[in-house]
Write a protein that binds this ligand. Structure first.
Ligand code: PAF
Length: 282
């Protein structure tokens, strides 16, 4: 695997692939890679001739600077994982390489970027669109792989792809979980052992809400999930929304949309660490 840090080196590596018509898979990441990322990379490797994994802790998507400061940075271990997964190129640029000047572009894709995370993390999805649009323009991938753990992010990126006319295929990949159900996330390494022990209650409540929801209304199911998680000392629900899986607007009836998804963010512990998860109802 080749580790490159500049756009020029990246382009040089990709020129040969492009001129011989090879397919290119892109897996955008912020590093601190885990098995969830590995599953995206392995899928890309199996579906494309060349796989590029970007490792870039994108400052413009962090509205909370302390979140950015404490985000884990593990480049050597990340490269070792990518070697094992069979990726051909790791692109790990500096902030100056990506943003030689402040990115003043403004992306707005309501309602997908205005609700849930968008409402609570001002500027977050704008920053995501800034970096992802740059990566798409430089790499020109055939396919780009994103984890469904960040369900809302995929909905926003789909809107951006349609808006900017990128011809690539977005490949959503199922959330990978620990044995006890906790959604894999780079932020999990920041949990203390006591926090890690209570975090699986989030997915337990989401799973239980499938059966509960089959006999109760959307509103009652939301109350059930929120009170069940808030009853665990150390966990506090920031929001739990049951939404149309495409528009991400709240639904009031289970059959209001072709796909219905529950999206949740929970504060865990005293620092606290924000944990995101979701469940598909249908
Ligand atoms: O999901 C992430 O890790 C990031 O939001 C992404 C897509 C790599 C953009 O920085």
């Amino acid at each position: 695997m080749k580790l490159v840090t500049t756009i020029k080196e990246l382009q040089a590596e990709l020129d040969a692939a492009r001129s011989s018509g090879q397919s290119i898979g892109l897996v955008p990441t912020m590093g601190a890679l885990h098995r969830g990322h590995a599953s995206l990379v392995e899928r890309s490797v199996s579906e494309n001739d060349v796989t590029v994994v970007s490792i870039f802790l994108n400052p413009t998507q962090f509205n909370d600077k302390s979140d950015l400061e404490r985000y884990p940075r593990t480049l050597d271990a990340d490269c070792a994982l990518l070697e094992r997964c069979g990726a051909q190129i790791a692109f790990a640029p500096s902030v100056a390489e990506i943003y030689p000047a402040p990115d003043t572009r403004h992306f707005a894709y309501p309602p997908t970027d205005a609700v849930m995370e968008g409402a609570r993390r001002p500027g977050h999805f704008n920053g995501v669109c800034q970096i992802v649009s740059k990566l798409f323009a430089w790499v020109e991938p055939t396919r780009a792989y994103f984890g469904e753990k960040d369900y809302q992010q995929i909905a926003v990126i789909r809107r951006m792809v349609a808006d900017l006319g990128f011809t690539l295929q977005i490949v959503p990949c199922a959330c990978i979980r620990e044995a006890d159900g906790l959604a894999m996330s780079s932020r999990n390494t920041l949990l203390t052992p006591a926090e890690r022990a209570i975090a699986p209650h989030i997915y337990e409540a989401l799973k239980a809400s499938r059966e509960f929801g089959s006999a109760h209304s959307v509103t009652t199911t939301i109350q059930y999930v929120v009170s069940r998680i808030n009853a665990v000392p150390g966990l506090r629900v920031e929001y739990f929304s049951i939404v149309d899986g495409e528009s991400l607007l709240d639904v009031s009836d289970w059959d209001e949309a072709p796909s219905v998804v529950g999206c949740i963010t929970v504060y865990c512990g005293s620092k606290p660490i924000r944990l995101i998860d979701h469940i598909k109802y249908h």
